[in-house]
Design a protein around this ligand. Structure first.
Ligand SMILES: Nc1ncnc2c1ncn2[C@@H]1O[C@H](COP(=O)(O)OP(=O)(O)OP(=O)(O)O)[C@@H](O)[C@H]1O
Length: 362
């Protein structure tokens, strides 16, 4: 395990009681404002000393309340990226980046400043000062600086929260590259579902200081029991996919374990693996194989479970190949279709409803 957290703490009326294990990849700490995400990251960083528990990073115990042991932050070998980039305005990007090297332990190996600049698309900007950069570019420098301190793990607390939608979309592919190329474990705080769906390998959901669900991202995000945390409008399934073809009419074809789908053209090469998020409110269901319908994507599926909310909607979880799909339909439709666990359905997804941000890479 890259990280083991098992801590308890209290501030006034707020009790934090969090246990989880993070394997390699990006572990997203997801939850509403005030659920305790930053407190957990601060405990891992050594900025908050919990009343009880243990924290182990890459096999080394950095905190053990029972043994009265707590490594100071600079000895934990963690890179921290905040919401705001916190760059030195009077230094060039190259100098800002290499500043990170001062914190690298003697003899620690890792990528060179040039390799880090290449990874994060900063090579052409190295002689500039931060003042002339976009928010996304500044954040990439902050990530590069953290990487050059040769950490064992990166901690990122809402690193995209201060960016507008276009800058967010621009930086996501760099975070995917970081995840896929460096293998460095990352603890990533976010309350934004599209970001978590794109990046997370593992999702830990916090609510009122407690872990309510933890596991592989595809499983947690596609769980109808998570709708309360995720929100009905953001609820959806995340499915692994392989790019198969790009068609001349502006559509790209993806192979899912349960069939193929056509989506508006995107920029990944055939053969590339990615993931796609299909929102529950973009899926409609039919008992019969639909004919004469404009939708291009019709996937056979089997109902696993139905979850009713307080309104007129029902969340239907389905098995589709080896993956799970979610559909949000009305209770009236669910009754009319006599949906129940085990019933076979056809899930219909409009191609144009899947946004570019909901497809990995690019
Ligand atoms: N030093 C502190 N003293 C007192 N209360 C604190 C302290 N730090 C955090 N809290 C409280 O603990 C709770 C969890 O805060 P935390 O910042 O960890 O949540 P969060 O999920 O990161 O929220 P956000 O997304 O708004 O940053 C909140 O109720 C907060 O007010």
């Amino acid at each position: 395990m890259s990280l083991v957290v098992d801590i308890r703490h209290a501030f006034g009326g707020f009790a934090l009681d969090v246990s989880f294990e993070a394997p390699a990849g990006i572990t997203a700490l997801f939850g509403r404002s005030g659920s305790g995400k930053t407190s957990v990251v601060n405990a891992v960083a050594g900025l908050l000393r919990p009343r009880e528990g243990r924290i182990v990073v890459e096999g080394e115990t950095v905190f053990d309340a029972g043994a009265r042991m707590s490594l100071p932050p600079h000895r934990r070998r963690l890179g921290y990226v905040f919401q705001d980039a916190r760059l030195f305005p009077h230094l060039s990007l190259r100098q800002n980046l290499t500043y990170g090297l001062r914190f690298a332990p003697r003899g620690a190996s890792g990528p060179s400043p040039e390799e880090v600049a290449e990874l994060l698309g900063l090579t052409a900007l190295l002689d500039r000062r931060p003042g002339a950069l976009s928010g996304g570019e500044k954040q990439r420098v902050a990530i590069g600086r953290a990487l050059l301190s040769r950490p064992r793990m990166l901690l990122m607390d809402e690193p995209l929260a201060a960016l507008d939608a276009a800058r967010k979309a621009e930086i996501l592919p760099y975070l995917e590259r970081l995840r896929d190329r460096t293998g460095l474990p990352i603890l990533y705080v976010s309350h934004a579902v599209p970001e978590v769906a794109r990046l997370a390998t593992t999702v830990v959901v916090l609510d009122h200081g407690k872990v309510v669900r933890a596991g592989p991202a595809e499983r947690v995000l596609s769980d109808p029991d998570m709708v309360r945390q995720i929100g009905v409008r953001e609820a959806g399934a995340v499915l692994p996919a392989v790019v198969t073809r790009h068609h001349a009419d502006g559509l790209s074809e993806l192979e899912l374990s349960g069939g193929r789908v056509f989506l508006p053209a995107f920029d990944l090469a055939p053969g590339e693996r990615t993931r796609v998020r299909i929102l529950a409110h973009d899926v409609i269901l039919s008992r019969e194989a639909p004919v004469g319908l404009s939708a291009l994507n019709i996937l056979p599926a089997t109902v696993i479970a139905l979850r009713e909310g307080s309104g007129p909607g029902v969340m239907v979880q389905m098995q589709c190949g080896e993956d799970r799909l979610l559909a949000r339909i009305t209770r009236r439709s669910a009754d009319a279709l006599a949906l129940a666990p085990g019933v076979g359905v056809h899930a219909v997804i409009k191609s144009v409803s899947v946004a570019r941000i909901d497809i990995g890479g690019g």
